[in-house]
Design a protein around this ligand. Structure first.
Ligand code: RUQ
Ligand code: CUA
Length: 656
């Protein structure tokens, strides 16, 4: 196997030699021929067809064995229902976090305590959800800056939000929105993570009820859900959560205000035409019906005021959630609207919180809204009219600072530390860098191809880092080996510290279609290495069934058998479990290891049980031994030289 990695350390030496020499366009470096090392590098470059720029890109991204990445990306795993953790600049995949779907290595969803987490909102009527459309991972914030404690992520297809604790990188909670069936603008946090915001996508009657499509205007609605986050518990508290009812305008992406605009939320919408399709009935498809008007509506929500009204009892309770009715939201100017150009998509608040940048998929501009103008007009009651739901509309021209001519299909925007914005331009397949000051594009870099989201180092916080931007591209047709008609997604790492943006490396994403991602400085994360002995990671407490060494036992009460087991290099105690066919077995297993990296696994053949037993972790498993037979149990992690010996038997005696 030829690996590009092999050449780099040598190339590094070569560039040191070549220092001060002009680079040779597209060819080998201008290193002095007298240097043995550089001659070798030159040879390698020629043999592999590498330019000077290639070698520089390699030098900027290569990590020698043992060196750590500077940033971590938390990327949505799209249809996989998982979250990817990727190192920057190496673009190495570090972890897949099981969120809405089982993840076997972590033993997530295979018989242990995590089953209850995974089951959150999984049962819809008589259907069980086994996948999710993961869209937008968002890190918890303190004062508008990532604090490295939690990650939230939404499932667009089924309107669920998950909480991941970054102490152990595992999913702790999934909540299902009882009011709507799909979401998109999520899971954005307010600057101190008071709330995790989830806004609906496709309008439907609230409470997941039925109403005929002919009653779309009267009965179908959108929603902005404010999930209350309890930071000390590290969980969303549904009982303290509430929502604002929205008109059926197909709300899209959302962002929280910050600093001066803290207390506000901005949500895009499309299809303010309220097209409902009906192709067979002779109507235009939704896609063209929804593109008739020149403007859709940016929704401006004053959430602090909404919260006051909710607390003052102005809510209607639907399916256990307090909802601020549309009439109240409109009358109190909790919700106001502003025009936004055709088929808007991203809504991104600038680092200083003063402006909102909106991209229009069918427009060539990004539009920059001024929060000060918006607020002043709302306070002065300066509206240009009302929409069909009685919501006040602010004049577009007086609400914006201006527009930047970007290119074809601007979508999402992130920011750096020098006053520049970076917008993904879908149709043109470029990243456009533009100045927030004068709204002028200063640079463009082609990406391969069809970029969707974009992310920058801490790029949506109050203090972005610059340095890196990642283009999240959908179609990579010529970038990787063909692996069938479904191509890998392509994360392209771009250096934005150079005068012109430069492409550093392609990162193939081989699962799901990632949507948004965030990039955090790695040293902000303080994950644990071991659990306190006996910890139930889903309650963060010592489990009441935790087993201490010497206290292992098997207790039988009628046909219920409780097994108290420990795992340690390289045995399970007890290692023999003898039961009768039809018995209910409660297995309580504690890893009594406390050394870093001493992980075991646990499986029972043919029982679909698979656990990961990291040091100190406790697991409970319950099942009925409904099949007589001999079932080996073993450790599934190659934990020691005697790993294969870390085994035992479940013996199920047949009924007579
Ligand atoms: S988005 S389609 Cu984040 Cu651009 Cu979901
Ligand atoms: Cu324990 Cu393998």
């Amino acid at each position: 196997m030829h690996s590009s990695r092999l050449i780099i350390p040598v190339a590094l030496a070569a560039l040191t030699f070549a220092c001060g020499k002009p680079p040779v366009e597209g060819g080998a470096s201008a290193a002095p021929a007298s240097s043995g090392t550089s001659a070798q590098v030159k040879q390698l470059m020629t043999a592999r067809g590498l330019s000077e720029a290639d070698v520089q890109a390699a030098l900027k991204t290569y990590l020698p064995s043992g060196k750590l990445d500077e940033y971590l990306i938390f990327a949505s795993g799209g249809q996989s229902g998982q979250v990817l953790v990727i190192g920057v600049p190496s673009m190495r995949l570090l972890k897949l976090i099981g969120v809405f779907t089982p993840e076997p290595w972590q033993g997530y969803g295979y018989g242990g305590l995590s089953d209850a987490v995974l089951a959150g909102g999984q049962q819809i009527g008589n259907k069980k959800l086994t996948w999710a459309d993961v869209h937008h991972p968002n890190l918890s914030e303190t004062k508008g800056d990532y604090d490295g404690q939690f990650l939230f992520v939404n499932d667009k297809a089924n309107a669920r939000v998950a909480v991941i604790d970054l102490a152990d990188f595992s999913t702790k909670q999934i909540v299902a929105n009882p009011l709507v069936g799909s979401d998109h603008g999520g899971a954005f946090v307010t600057p101190n993570t008071e709330y995790v915001i989830e806004t609906s996508q496709y309008p439907a009657p609230l409470g997941r009820e039925y109403a005929p499509i002919a009653e779309y205007k009267e009965k179908y609605r959108g929603l902005a859900m404010f999930w209350k986050f309890d930071r000390t518990k590290g969980r969303i508290d549904p009982s303290q959560s509430w929502a604002v009812e929205l008109p059926p305008y197909t709300q899209d992406l959302a962002d929280s205000g910050k600093l001066v605009s803290d207390g506000w939320v901005f949500i895009n919408s499309f299809n303010s035409e309220m097209a409902t399709g009906g192709i067979l009935e002779g109507n235009p498809p939704i896609e063209s019906g929804a593109s008739q008007n020149d403007m859709d509506y940016l929704h401006v929500i004053n959430w602090k005021k909404a919260e006051q009204l909710i607390n003052a009892g102005k809510a209607r309770t639907i399916k256990g959630i307090r909802v601020l009715p549309l009439e109240v939201a409109a009358a109190e100017n909790v919700l106001t609207l502003i025009g936004e150009p055709k088929s808007p998509h991203g809504a991104d608040v600038t680092p200083d919180g003063t402006e909102i940048v909106v991209g229009g998929k069918l427009d060539t501009h990004t539009t920059v809204y001024s929060f000060a103008k918006i607020k002043a007009q709302i306070e002065a009651g300066k509206f240009e009219g009302k929409d069909g739901f009685g919501i006040n509309i602010l004049p577009f021209k007086d609400s914006i600072r201006g527009q930047a001519e970007i290119g074809l299909g601007p979508l999402h925007t992130v920011f750096d530390d020098k006053g520049f914005a970076y917008t993904s331009v879908f149709i043109e397949s470029v990243v456009a860098k533009w100045s927030l000051k004068d709204l002028k594009v200063v640079d463009k870099i082609p990406v391969q191809y069809n970029i969707g989201h974009i992310l920058a180092a801490e790029g949506d916080t109050v203090s972005p880092d610059g340095k890196y931007v990642v283009a999240m591209n959908k179609m990579s047709q010529d970038r990787f080996q063909h692996v069938g008609p479904l191509y890998p997604q392509n994360f392209q790492l771009i250096d934005v510290d150079t005068e012109k943006m430069t492409m550093l490396i392609d990162g193939a994403i081989g699962i799901g279609e990632p949507h948004y991602s965030q990039m955090i400085k790695a040293d902000k994360l303080k994950p644990i290495s071991v659990y306190k002995m006996g910890t139930n990671p889903y309650t963060d407490e010592i489990d009441k069934f935790a087993v201490t060494p010497g206290k292992e036992r098997i207790e039988r009460k009628g046909n219920v058998v409780d097994v108290y087991m420990t795992a340690v290099r390289s045995h399970f105690t007890p290692d023999r479990i003898e039961v009768n066919e039809g018995d209910t077995i409660n297995l309580h297993i504690t890893s009594v290891e406390q050394a870093e990296d001493q992980t075991h696994g646990f499986t029972i053949d043919m029982h679909n049980v698979n656990l990961s037993l990291e040091p100190g972790k406790h697991e409970n498993v319950t099942f009925v031994a409904d099949k007589a037979g001999v079932f080996p149990m073993y450790c599934t992690e190659f934990c020691s030289a005697l790993h294969l010996e870390m085994t035992g038997y479940l013996l199920v005696k047949p009924k007579k």
